[in-house]
Write a protein that binds this ligand. Structure first.
Ligand code: PAZ
Length: 339
């Protein structure tokens, strides 16, 4: 092993999302960022496990590999971090999608916010109804699984073990936006060997703003100093274009676009496709993301995926429909990239 909700935001007041987007990151911005921000010290350890994983699937299993990003990044306000800025994402989309990719023959690198939801264990962690201990009972001085839950648990356990036994799931954590960016860059480069068989499924909610290391106080910000805390954040360079052009030029890249205002979702998604030149944006709204998403392609074609009432009642997961849709496009991508 490596060493290393109840929230309902006020929706009336928010940043105006109709203003034009930030400029895309130029090679220069990338250089400036990586020259002025230190890599996480554990990065070589991660690179080594990713390298082994990719090599195994490239040379032995022959499986396509998907990098799923999941959960939100934090923006620390202090070096010895007491306070940080965060976002709502629990990693449900990412963890659920990872399971459907695994079941459909993919190997998955799961780049996730540490302590957010994980594939398989998500069924028993972070729940609002049951503590994991509620799934167990004591019988004759021994622990047993409560019969009520046993079938469902066995089903999940089998899938979890299958993923483990086939060495198809690699868990890589991040917490801060800096750790996320460094890990994404390194991992992408290591995936290049797979060419078109590499897929990026970028579901993480990555901060748009951050406090550069050069302006970060070493110690906890003191409350007595001025009575006010004014936080002056910079834009996080838009790394997607660098990913498309330099880090993973042959891979298929799927990004997510989250909005809260329905009237700008499609426009923003089309804008992203034009700016970053990747293959697919999956648009979703904060309010409805668990039962409807839209696939938006560079030619402007849009396909909505919606769960009907019956499906919602039966707890069908929308990712069970999203992943086969993405796979169809990835298959075509692989075919078109065969030498
Ligand atoms: O983690 P979650 O399931 O609660 O939310 C998933 C999501 C809304 C963060 C994801 O589907 C998404 O849209 N990610 C990209 C966010 C963005 O940068 O626009």
């Amino acid at each position: 092993m490596p060493n290393y909700h109840t929230s309902k935001p006020k929706t009336e007041t928010a940043i105006d999302r109709t203003v034009p987007d930030f400029p895309i990151a130029q090679v220069n911005d990338e250089d400036i960022y990586f020259n002025t921000h230190e890599a996480p010290e554990y990065l070589p350890e991660i690179e080594s496990s990713v390298k082994d994983f990719v090599q195994f699937h490239h040379e032995q299993s022959g499986k396509p590999v998907v990098l799923v990003t999941s959960g939100g990044t934090t923006v620390p306000l202090e070096n010895n971090t007491v306070r940080f800025i965060d976002n709502f994402s629990a990693g449900t989309r990412g963890a659920t999608s990872a399971e459907y990719f695994l079941e459909n023959g993919y190997a998955v690198i799961f780049l996730h916010r540490e302590f957010s939801l994980l594939p398989y264990s998500r069924h028993y962690s972070h729940t609002t109804n049951n503590c994991f201990l509620d799934y167990m009972i004591e019988k004759h001085n021994k622990i047993e699984i409560n019969e009520k839950y046993a079938d469902q648990m066995l089903h999940v356990l089998r899938k979890y073990k299958a993923a483990q036994d086939s060495k198809s799931l690699l868990l890589i954590p991040f917490t801060t936006v800096n750790q996320y960016l460094y890990t994404l860059k390194s991992t992408s480069k290591l995936l290049q060997i797979l060419e078109g068989k590499a897929l990026f499924y970028l579901a993480a909610a990555v901060s748009d703003f951050f406090l550069p290391q050069s302006r970060m106080p070493q110690h906890k910000i003191q409350s007595q100093t001025s009575g006010k805390l004014i936080v002056d954040l910079e834009q996080v360079p838009k790394f997607l274009r660098r990913l498309v052009d330099n880090w993973a030029p042959s891979a298929m890249i799927v990004s997510f676009k989250l909005e809260t205002d329905n009237s700008i979702l499609i426009k923003k998604a089309l804008g992203a496709l034009t700016r970053y030149q990747h293959q697919l944006v999956i648009g979703n709204l904060l309010q409805t993301r668990k039962w409807e998403v839209v696939f938006i392609r560079p030619d402007g074609e849009q396909t909505w995926i919606r769960l009907n009432e019956e499906e919602q009642k039966n707890n069908v997961e929308i990712e069970s429909l999203i992943i086969p849709g993405v796979m169809v496009e990835h298959k075509a991508w692989i075919e078109s990239h065969k030498h």
